[in-house]
Design a protein around this ligand. Structure first.
Ligand code: S3P
Length: 169
């Protein structure tokens, strides 16, 4: 199918929103946009720097404004940040303007994929496994609230995940 409007990917860090999103965009001939990257471009600062200077609340506000602009623009495959659904206004925007896919993966898979990552402020300190489990329990109901479809990305390379997901759309 060709999405009528935006194809929006939500889900935890490491679920594959960016890597699978790029492949999906190619399959559908749509532009790919990553909201973290857009926030960084608009702000002129990296996500960790925004968290450091403005806190998570400051980042969420920038994320909501950026997503609102992107969702008002031309149809795209849109990868959101893992915590975008925490904001009720963002959830309404996503549900109203896109076909929303929740990319899911179990915590051991996320941990393995994120093992060498140093770019996520929420994983910078403490026990990563405990953090990922806590985030999942807080956020899974919110992903479920906005999702039109859930897709499990564990055990799948991005290109294969995109092909299988595209066949379900
Ligand atoms: C976050 C996920 C990150 C990024 C920021 C916060 C989160 O995006 O938005 O570090 O709250 O889970 P990815 O899900 O693309 O890693």
């Amino acid at each position: 199918m060709t999405p009528a409007r935006h194809l929006v990917l939500v889900g935890p860090m490491g679920a594959g929103k960016t890597s699978i999103g790029r492949c999906l965009a190619k399959l559908f001939g749509l532009p790919f946009v990553d909201s973290d990257h857009e926030v960084e471009q608009r702000t002129g600062a990296t996500v960790p720097t925004i968290f450091e200077c403005e806190g998570e609340a400051g980042f969420r506000a920038r994320e909501r404004e950026t997503l609102a602009t992107l969702l008002a623009g031309p149809a795209a495959v849109l990868a959101t940040g893992g915590g975008a659904v925490l904001d009720a206004g963002t959830r309404r925007l996503l549900a109203a303007n896109g076909f929303v896919v929740h990319l899911h993966a179990d915590v051991p898979t996320l941990l393995e994929r994120l093992a060498r990552d140093r770019s996520r402020p929420l994983l910078a300190a403490g026990d990563r496994e405990a953090t990922l489990r806590r985030l999942a329990s807080e956020r899974d109901p919110l992903y479920a609230e906005v999702a039109d479809l859930v897709f499990d990305t564990a055990h799948l390379a991005p290109a294969e995940a995109a092909r299988q997901l595209a066949s379900e759309l």
